[in-house]
Design a protein around this ligand. Structure first.
Ligand SMILES: Nc1nc2c(ncn2[C@@H]2O[C@H](COP(=O)(O)OP(=O)(O)OP(=O)(O)O)[C@@H](O)[C@H]2O)c(=O)[nH]1
Ligand SMILES: [Mg+2]
Length: 820
């Protein structure tokens, strides 16, 4: 096993280094099974050691001579086995014990029993019927590997066909029935072929199979052969056969090189009554490729009276069993039921293996169902058989050590095995024995520390939520792209007000006052949703698609009214226009202005509300009303006193940076500014003038060229306009005409608002000559300046104040002057 596992580890590492994950996974599964097997053995030994005070009296010799031919079994045990009152342990003993001590029950039954090898498992050819006996059940085989018999794979094709032979049918059927220990069979699937033909004296495997078969019978409570319904029997066997074949093929591919079968094998069976037994068996059987260590066979079975019944039934119905077994073989194997079709040592083995698997499943169920009072009785005997358990434990520990060492060497392998261990094989509470638990836990702890150490360098905290370390004053400048994401000037929101709480129907309850009258309170009203203008909110980015108001609380007894739902306020920037289906509902242009968008539902009425002279005990209570629901569009129209309007690259953003603390992006390419930016120009008298930087406008913007005229709505709110012209352009006055045209296309008369013309880039030499031309062509005030150098920006600031003062005078009468 260790060699095999070594080989598996090497293969896994090789495949992993080559990046062959599929193969690696397969080998890991195989390795997993091996580990489970080892752990199971170790665990059972530990348990057995603790439970069984009696020291081992004798070891089960796996030598071929232990079981003679059919008649070779000692009669003494035979009697024990056949005793109806005896628990299965006795049978197990008979099967497992060597020499005369073990007398297989089959012998008692007669021919059938004679065919079955005893504990030593040497299966004489004669016992298995005519044809098969010579060759096939010569498979009596490898001393230690009765399991080989089971191997259904092609390697067993040569094994006995005795099962189909009528003469041997008794034995064959017997064998089939007994072939339950799927583990054993599975274990030696591959090695079976060569070993099977050659092995002679062994028969242990077969004995093991018998034992398991018997156990399986016992588990069913009646002999499977004679009493069991035909259909179910076939189906179960077929299912197992399919599984087995699949496994056989797999291992045949993977481990066709399996080692010698002549070495004895340790087989243990634990009737602990849990459903994992079948799993262990299957896994054990799958490991049939390699077994380098010799062990005794241990069978622990919780016996019951059913076993004896089964025995007797079996004896009685042996003839039927034979036929049944024949049919069964044919159906399972697909050999058309011709005994001669089986070559020597072929069909029989495969059939047996299949049958064993089927029984193993049954046995698992049996164990789970019973739990076995007879287990205690069997254990002493099993303890006697438990020679070599120390070796198993040592090997298991050694194997775990090897695994851990390999894992330490290979980090990737570590991760892989860690994943493997999680489900089963390293789970101490499932399969591993107590001796292994401590070791495994220790190594798991080491691995956990290593894995945790690997990630220790990485902070587990969220970097985005972490505090900004270093100098907070050196904040990174937000790019225009990031700023764009934070500016939203239109939203579509769904508002659902809270529903009213339901009224309740209760009656007053008081000692000595049977009829207290109704006291069910009304439900609270649902919360409404308001839209409120907030001067500190500059964008609609924080607006979410759906708002739901708070529901009112239901009423209570003792005339308690439910609490009303709190109102929800949605803060929006100044200048937000609320529209519904394209129609303006409200314009929130003042700080603190509120709009009740949706009303909360009215709370329901309690039965107290329905109290009247006609009805002194009303049972009526109404539910609360649903809250109002609306879908609104929020549109932000930037509220600024002045708006910078110009072609791209005219220097609008540069100018805003020059006269305010705003920091819009400036670059030498068009459409640098994608969203409006508002800068505040502060004066000594604490008056503030808001100036909005609008994205560039080109000719045809109203036709959606460039960025379109969607941003012109931000200019719509500006009280006066600042046309920024690039004096370095060939004909800057042409730009002015285009700008006015586009503004008029958006809103008629928009270009006629109070305005000033900013002749920018006056620091450039070509700008001086064009300035005079510009002044001659326009009637508005032209302010030459340089946003880059700050030249003559004071004139602009002063002019802004003049415009602002004029605006204040205009709006003083209305009292709606917007101040920042
Ligand atoms: N020489 C000179 N260059 C200027 C002046 N003002 C702006 N610029 C340059 O002109 C280029 C465009 O400036 P922006 O402020 O981005 O122009 P804009 O109107 O905001 O452009 P958009 O955002 O695309 O509409 C930049 O390279 C500025 O350095 C100026 O007064 N003199
Ligand atoms: Mg700009």
């Amino acid at each position: 096993m260790l060699d095999e596992n070594h080989h598996l580890i090497q293969c896994i590492m090789d495949y992993q280094s080559k990046g062959k994950t599929a193969e690696c996974t397969q080998y890991q599964q195989i390795l997993h099974r091996n580990l489970v097997y080892l752990a199971t053995i170790a665990d059972s030994n530990q348990n057995m050691q603790s439970l069984l005070p009696a020291p081992p009296t004798s070891n089960m010799s796996m030598g071929p001579g232990g079981m003679g031919p059919s008649g070779g079994h000692g009669p003494t045990n035979l009697n024990d086995n056949m005793t109806p009152g005896l628990p299965p342990t006795s049978m197990m003993q008979s099967q497992m014990s060597n020499g005369s001590s073990h007398a297989p029950m089959q012998q008692q039954s007669g021919q059938v029993q004679s065919a079955i090898p005893s504990a030593s498992l040497s299966l004489p050819a004669s016992s298995y019927g005519s044809s098969a006996s010579a060759s096939g059940y010569s498979h009596t085989a490898p001393s230690s590997q009765g399991s080989m018999i089971q191997g259904p794979g092609p390697g067993y094709g040569s094994s006995s066909s005795s099962s189909s032979t009528p003469s041997s049918s008794s034995s064959s059927s017997r064998s089939n029935l007994n072939m339950q220990s799927n583990q054993v069979s599975m274990m030696h699937q591959q090695s079976a072929t060569p070993h099977y033909s050659s092995a002679q004296a062994g028969g242990q495997h077969y004995q093991g199979q018998q034992a398991m078969g018997m156990m399986g019978q016992g588990s069913q409570g009646s002999s499977m052969m004679s009493q069991r319904p035909m259909g179910s029997y076939r189906s179960s066997q077929q299912g197992s056969a399919q599984q087995y074949m699949g496994q056989d093929e797999f291992y045949g591919e993977q481990y066709g090189h399996t080692q010698s079968s002549s070495e004895p094998i340790n087989q243990q069976y634990y009737p602990d009554g849990h459903g994992e037994y079948s799993y262990q068996q299957s896994s054990y059987g799958e490991q049939g490729y390699d077994r380098s260590f010799d062990e005794s066979q241990h069978y622990y079975e919780g016996g019951n009276s059913q076993y004896s019944q089964q025995q007797s039934q079996y004896q009685q119905g042996s003839g039927q069993q034979q036929q049944f077994s024949q049919q069964q073989y044919s159906s399972q194997q697909g050999y058309s039921g011709q005994p001669q079709g089986y070559g020597p040592g072929q069909g029989g083995s495969s059939q047996y293996s299949q049958y064993q698997q089927g029984q193993s499943q049954q046995y698992g169920s049996y164990r789970s169902s019973q739990g076995g009072p007879g287990a205690q009785a069997q254990r002493p005997y099993a303890y006697e058989q438990a020679n070599g358990r120390g070796d198993i434990i040592k090997q298991s520990l050694a194997f775990c050590t090897i695994i851990s060492e390999v894992c330490q060497l290979n980090g990737a392998m570590l991760a892989t095995l860690t994943r493997v261990k999680t489900p089963r094989w390293l789970s101490p509470d499932i399969l591993l024995g107590p001796m292994l638990r401590q070791e495994v836990r220790r190594r798991n702890e080491l691995w956990r520390r290593r894995v945790a150490g690997g990630f220790r360098d990485v902070s587990t905290s969220c970097t985005l939520c972490a505090k900004v370390r270093g100098n907070p004053s050196r904040t990174e400048k937000l790019s225009e792209k990031k700023l764009t994401r934070h500016f939203v000037d239109h939203r579509r929101v769904k508002l659902v007000a809270g529903s009213g709480g339901k009224g309740v129907c209760t009656f007053h309850s008081e000692p000595r006052k049977e009829w207290g009258g109704p006291d069910g309170g009304n439900g609270g009203d649902g919360g409404s949703i308001f839209i409120k203008a907030d001067r500190y909110v500059k964008s609609l980015a924080q607006i979410v698609p759906v708002y739901r108001g708070e529901d009112g609380q239901p009423g209570g007894s003792k005339n308690c009214y439910g609490r009303k739902g709190n109102s929800t306020y949605i803060s929006v920037p100044l200048g937000t226009v609320v529209k519904e289906q394209g129609e303006i509902v409200v314009d929130l242009s003042e700080h603190g202005q509120e709009y009740l968008a949706v009303y909360g539902g009215i709370g329901g009425k309690g039965n107290r509300f329905f109290l009247s002279n006609e009805n002194r005990a009303p049972l009526t209570a109404t539910p609360g009303m649903e809250g109002q629901e609306r879908v609104l569009q929020l549109e932000l129209r930037t509220m600024a006193h002045a708006g910078l309007v110009g072609f791209p690259n005219a220097g609008k953003s540069s100018l805003l940076r020059a006269i305010s603390n705003a920091r819009p992006a400036v670059a030498a390419y068009p459409f640098t500014t994608l969203n409006p930016h508002v800068g505040i120009v502060k004066y000594r008298d604490h008056e503030q003038v808001a100036v909005a930087d609008i994205p560039g406008i080109i000719r045809g913007a109203h036709l959606n060229r460039g960025l379109g005229i969607s941003f012109l709505r931000h200019i719509e709110r500006c009280r006066f306009l600042l046309f920024v012209l690039d004096l370095s352009a060939p004909e800057p006055w042409i730009q002015l005409e285009h700008l006015r045209y586009e503004l008029d296309q958006y809103e008629h008369g928009l270009s006629q608002r109070p305005q000033a013309i900013i002749a920018n880039k006056m620091d450039l030499p070509e700008a001086q000559g064009k300035l005079e031309t510009l002044k001659s062509l326009v009637t508005q005030r032209v302010i030459p300046l340089s946003a880059l150098t700050g030249q003559n920006t004071e004139e602009l600031i002063l002019h802004l104040r003049e415009l602002y003062d004029g605006y204040l005078q205009e709006s003083s009468g209305e009292g709606k002057a917007t101040r920042w």
